[in-house]
Design a protein around this ligand. Structure first.
Ligand SMILES: COc1ccc(Cl)c(-c2nnc3c(C)nc4ccc(C(=O)NCC(C)C)cc4n23)c1
Ligand SMILES: [Mg+2]
Ligand SMILES: [Zn+2]
Length: 347
């Protein structure tokens, strides 16, 4: 198992030129998907150094490098829920920590910041490109393990994260004090479980109330709601980038959804419309997702952090683009051409 990550691989990451200049890397408009997969482990290390985690927690660089490489190995080659998604979600955590000054302004302790960044990097480890409901439908091993508690995939991602930490030479958290270590794992658990969209819907109204009353750092439940909100925002952060990026990401998401729909048809099940390549209307579904779910979440974020308004504006821009592309789709979706074929053809 140790053969998967060589000593040389670890050395390449620890020795990577930290003067890797990436103009705009810490701006909200930066698109992390343009970082090549082979360079991304260096950028993860660079972000963690820049956030002060290495110094604050006396983390050993080669242990952290090995952990990052095993986490990358833990992601599968599926269209959307792959390492590139994990890296982009972790990059948003970096942007939030820096641009909202989460630690400097007392929203997060340095330990909560570390847990947030690591949770984002690991939040979808070993995703199979299928939804929680598909686990139930297909009686998957994961469903038999976790369906009684719910959030089946998220519990698996958490379990894989712990397993990776316990892989020999990967536990970069073992330099933490006993208390910090236990607290950090507890935070990682809450944060990874918070990425189940169904869990978000359960607390959405309380997050909205929290923002409208004015964020009160003293209330412990507020710290939980803020951490959950920041996890969901990171998970959806592709939607805050430019239209070219948003369109590319939609192609990946629907490639995954339609592959699941094809599987469900083979199993003699009727897939949901948005999973059925013959029935899905991508612009309509995306407009519904952006207007009913995405923009609401980022509006709450902007109520707590005023400079997050640019993220809401970016989503509004993408909504306009989906509306105009919807008109083009409707014209092109003549007999037999599916909306996915139009989406991928619109290069
Ligand atoms: C925060 O957790 C997740 C988990 C999985 C995914 Cl794919 C996403 C996600 N990230 N970007 C998107 C975009 C652009 N559109 C989406 C449209 C529908 C759905 C969805 O989950 N509908 C519910 C049904 C599957 C039960 C998710 C969408 N989504 C977020
Ligand atoms: Mg997930
Ligand atoms: Zn995700």
């Amino acid at each position: 198992y140790h053969m998967q990550v060589s000593r040389q691989d670890v050395l390449d990451v620890t020795m990577c030129p930290s003067e890797h200049k990436m103009p705009g890397f810490s701006n909200f408009s930066f698109t992390p998907r343009k970082i090549l997969a082979k360079e991304s482990p260096c950028f993860v290390l660079k972000m963690m150094k820049d956030l002060g985690f290495i110094d604050s927690f006396n983390i050993k660089a080669d242990t952290l490098a090995r952990f990052i490489l095993y986490v990358r190995k833990g992601y599968r080659d599926v269209p959307y829920h792959n390492w590139s998604h994990a890296f982009s979600v972790a990059h948003f955590a970096y942007l939030a920590l820096k641009n909202f000054q989460l630690v400097e302004k007392g929203y997060f302790t340095q330990l909560e910041a570390l847990a947030y960044f690591v949770s984002c990097l690991c939040h979808d480890i070993d995703h199979r490109g299928t939804t929680n409901s598909f686990q139930q439908q297909s009686n998957s091993v994961l469903a038999s393990l976790y369906s009684s508690e719910g959030s089946v995939m998220e519990r698996h991602h958490l379990s894989q994260t712990i397993c990776t930490l316990n892989t020999e030479g990967c536990n970069f958290l073992d330099s933490l004090s006993k208390d910090d270590y236990v607290k950090c794992l507890d935070l990682i658990k809450d944060m990874i479980l918070a990425t189940d969209l169904a869990s978000h819907y359960k607390i959405h109204s309380r997050q909205l109330a929290m923002a409208q009353e004015g964020y009160d750092k003293i209330k412990p439940e507020n710290r939980f709601y803020l951490a959950s909100l920041l996890m969901t925002c990171a998970d959806l952060s592709d939607q805050t980038k430019d239209w070219t990026e948003t369109k590319k990401v939609a192609q990946l998401i629907y490639a995954e959804f339609f592959a699941q729909g094809d599987l469900e048809k083979k199993m003699g099940k009727e897939p949901a419309n948005m999973m059925d390549r013959e029935k899905a209307s991508i612009p309509d579904h995306q407009l519904e997702f952006l207007t009913q779910c995405c923009i609401c979440i980022f509006r709450i974020l902007a109520a707590v952090f005023p400079n997050a308004k640019v993220l809401v504006d970016a989503i509004k821009q993408n909504i306009l683009c989906w509306e105009s592309s919807k008109r083009i789709f409707n014209k092109l979706c003549v007999e037999g051409v599916t909306s996915y074929e139009v989406l991928v053809s619109e290069e």
